[in-house]
Design a binder for this molecule. Structure first.
Ligand SMILES: [Mn+2]
Length: 327
């Protein structure tokens, strides 16, 4: 898909107009959030060496290897342009309390939940925000040069959101974007190795998590992780990303959900819902969430809502199975 040239021109001209640009992305960042943020930071810095470009937000221990955030003060927001990456909802932006009446740009690949920016470049067909940024670069050509550093960040984003090219969001356009990143010396070997590494503690946690998998009818699986389990095992919420896709490896499983108890909440959970076919986004939006058709997030506030969410997944799977033509 060709992006609207007018959007790209507007993006470049807005960046050109401001001396300070602050890049934000969602809380609990994943490699796409960090990769697209630091990738775009490096791209803007290469193109405009005299501008101040800052990456805002917190980064957990699990992704510190990928890069560092900047210290961003409240006064930095005066006369600054803010670019929000990989985040469909304003409330989910890490550090949104500091954003004033800044001009806002959103670059994202999630299904649209709300409009909060003056310029929104959203392509749902992109596997990742990093892929979308790469497409912008490919279209902009020499207007936006790509350094090996930026290419490596963007590769991390694409590899992260596609599960290293395993998920169904991986398309021809994904590989074309990756080819462009490789042409610009993305260090894919380093990123793949880092993404594949675990500590012994993390590996032990995976075996604990596997034991928490529950199977339900119609190919639904659920895994519940309590705060006490995480604290006892010295596992952060971010570390739990490593177990998100494990239930989906079961042959009989079509859709699955990981419930992660929120800190200091006593039974409120953040839910990660995933699918191999049925559209689970329709379930996520019923539970204060959203995302993609095959991968969404949601929130449940007690055990009853947790069971309701599982019930809705069972219904979605049954509907899907009914419409499947047997081979
Ligand atoms: Mn993403």
């Amino acid at each position: 898909m060709i992006l609207k040239q007018s959007l790209i021109d507007k993006l470049i001209s807005l960046v050109d107009q401001y001396d300070r640009i602050i890049l934000h992305r969602h809380i609990n960042p994943d490699p796409d959030a960090i990769g697209s943020q630091l990738g775009l930071k490096a791209i803007i810095q290469t193109k405009f060496p005299d501008k101040t470009v800052l990456a805002a937000g917190k980064i957990g221990k699990g992704l510190e290897w990928l890069g560092q955030m900047d210290t961003v003060e409240k006064q930095d927001y005066e006369d600054a342009l803010v670019i929000v990456l990989d985040t469909p909802i304003f409330e989910r932006i890490d550090g949104n309390d500091k954003i004033l009446n800044n001009p806002l740009i959103k670059i994202d690949h999630h299904l649209i939940v709300e409009h909060f920016a003056d310029l929104e470049i959203v392509e749902i067909a992109s596997s990742s925000t990093a892929e979308l940024i790469t497409k912008i670069l490919m279209q902009a050509g020499s207007k936006l040069p790509l350094s090996p550093e930026a290419a490596t960040y963007l590769y991390a984003g694409v590899a992260g959101d596609t599960g290293r090219f395993l998920h169904s969001n991986t398309t021809q356009a994904t590989f074309e974007a990756v080819a462009y990143l490789m042409q610009h010396q993305a260090d894919n070997t380093w990123i793949n190795r880092k993404m594949n590494e675990f500590s012994l503690n993390e590996l032990n946690f995976q075996s604990f998590a596997i034991a928490q998998i529950e199977l339900f009818e119609a190919g639904v699986a659920a895994m519940t992780l309590k705060q006490a389990d995480l604290i006892q095992r010295k596992i952060s919420v971010e570390d739990t990303n490593a177990v998100t896709n494990i239930p989906g490896r079961l042959k009989e499983v079509l859709t699955w959900v990981i419930f992660i108890e929120k800190e200091d909440s006593y039974g409120e959970y953040r839910a990660r819902i995933r699918s191999k076919g049925p559209n689970i986004h329709q379930v996520a939006i019923q539970f204060k969430g959203g995302g993609h058709e095959m991968a969404s997030g949601a929130n449940v506030y007690d055990e009853e809502e947790k069971n309701d969410l599982i019930d809705q997944m069972i219904q979605v799977n049954k509907e899907y199975l009914k419409n499947q033509v047997n081979p």
